[in-house]
Design a protein around this ligand. Structure first.
Ligand SMILES: [Zn+2]
Length: 397
């Protein structure tokens, strides 16, 4: 029996609005707090949680960046001659992404999404390492570097495995009493919400499944650790997409050429532009200002959101749509999906949640990067307490 186990259970997209009127984990983690998310997608949010820093400090934000000199995708250009019916198909893109990930030795999540082969050699992919591993950040350390440096034994999920396999892996480590810290990652709710929306009757049963798994995890943990500190948290919420915006064809109607005048990545809720000619610097902002479904985010606001990058690698001009609007077609998808995240962090459905069995959530824990402070605090504590009583059976009152 060991003294203390901090359990950090990350349920992707389990936003504040998803659980606000649901008793999710209330009996085991009754203390709840709404947390501000980070501007961007999971590619921005997850590294922020894991490093305790904002995107401009850790360098992980959106996936594709304009960098023709270093593009590893140049050899894909000949594929532009293949018929679009084939090259825009998800099954083809998924197969090719898997092949590329292997060939380019990318360690994190990788998907080519819907980036056109005609322009793919303009772009590089910004997440070549896995943020869920030590050394996984673009800049600076993450929680796993922190734990390794201090020789704290830990468990972390492997995102390529399914949710129940990851739970089983953690249970095994808990039973062995090998670990002083655990980070469990469950992405299933995110996928479900994207598909069915945040009002679907399928959401509650998924939350009940998680509750069952969490009570198993707690029961096993209490057999091996005197105290278990449970934190169930998310990175963002999920908004239903009720309005589609074909921004791409409006931009393409401008008398401008890629790559002479500009480059662009259409993410599903934002469009990121690099403007190379005087004409594009005049016409693109003028067009975007006439689109009522979104707005250009000014630099001071990007800075306040921790998403202003002085080298502009993620875009010189960021156009963000309002909550509920989906850019379709985009470079993320050819067809609409029911729900999305990646809107402004102050939109209603962007907020994340933290649920814990700890009586106090410190006041300074306000946004998702602050979860890092809870992780380091509890890991330190567990490491010292577990070391103080090595393998000593502790009698329960
Ligand atoms: Zn998602």
């Amino acid at each position: 029996m060991k003294a203390l186990l901090p359990l950090f259970v990350f349920v992707d997209a389990c936003g504040w609005e998803i659980i606000r009127n649901d008793p999710f984990v209330r009996d085991v983690a009754p203390n709840r707090k709404r947390l501000t998310s980070v501007f961007g997608y999971s590619s921005a949010c997850v590294p922020s949680i894991l490093s305790g820093r904002w995107p401009s400090a850790h360098g992980n934000w959106s996936y594709f960046i304009y960098d023709p000199k270093n593009s590893p995708f140049r050899f894909l250009r000949p594929l532009r001659w293949l018929p679009r019916q084939l090259t825009s198909r998800r099954v083809f893109r998924r197969w090719l992404s898997k092949f590329l990930k292997e060939r380019l030795q990318f360690k994190g999540y990788f998907d080519l999404y819907n980036i056109p082969f005609e322009h793919i050699s303009l772009f590089d992919f910004s997440e070549k390492k896995s943020p869920l591993q030590p050394g996984g950040m673009n800049l600076g350390p993450n929680i796993f570097d922190y734990l390794e440096e201090r020789q704290v034994p830990y468990h972390v999920s492997a995102p390529q495995k399914d949710e129940e396999t990851n739970l089983a892996g953690l249970l095994q480590d808990v039973r062995s009493e090998r670990i002083d810290f655990a980070f469990l990652y469950w992405p299933g709710l995110d996928g479900l919400l994207h598909r069915v929306g945040n009002q679907s009757p399928e959401i509650a049963p998924k939350l009940r499944d998680y509750e069952k798994w969490i009570s198993t995890l707690l029961a096993v943990s209490h057999n091996h650790y005197e105290e278990v500190r449970l934190y169930v948290f998310s990175d963002h919420g999920m908004a239903n997409c009720d309005e589609l915006l074909d921004l791409k064809s409006r931009v393409e109607r401008l008398p401008l050429k890629i790559p002479q005048d500009y480059a662009v990545v259409y993410d599903s809720t934002m469009a990121r532009f690099w403007l190379f000619s005087e004409k594009s610097r005049r016409l693109v902002p003028k067009l975007l200002e006439s689109v009522p479904q979104g707005r250009i985010i000014p630099d001071p606001e990007l800075a306040a959101l921790g998403a202003l990058f002085p080298d502009r690698r993620f875009g010189e001009l960021i156009f963000l749509v309002n909550e509920g609007v989906l850019i379709v077609p985009s470079h993320m998808g050819e067809r609409p999906i029911r729900a999305m995240h990646g809107y402004h962090p102050h939109e209603k459905h962007s907020y994340a949640a933290l649920c814990t069995n700890q009586p106090d959530i410190p006041e300074e824990i306000e946004a998702i990067p602050d979860i890092f402070r809870l992780m380091t605090r509890d890991a330190e504590l567990a490491h010292s307490q577990n070391r103080a009583h090595p393998c000593m059976p502790v009698a329960k009152p």
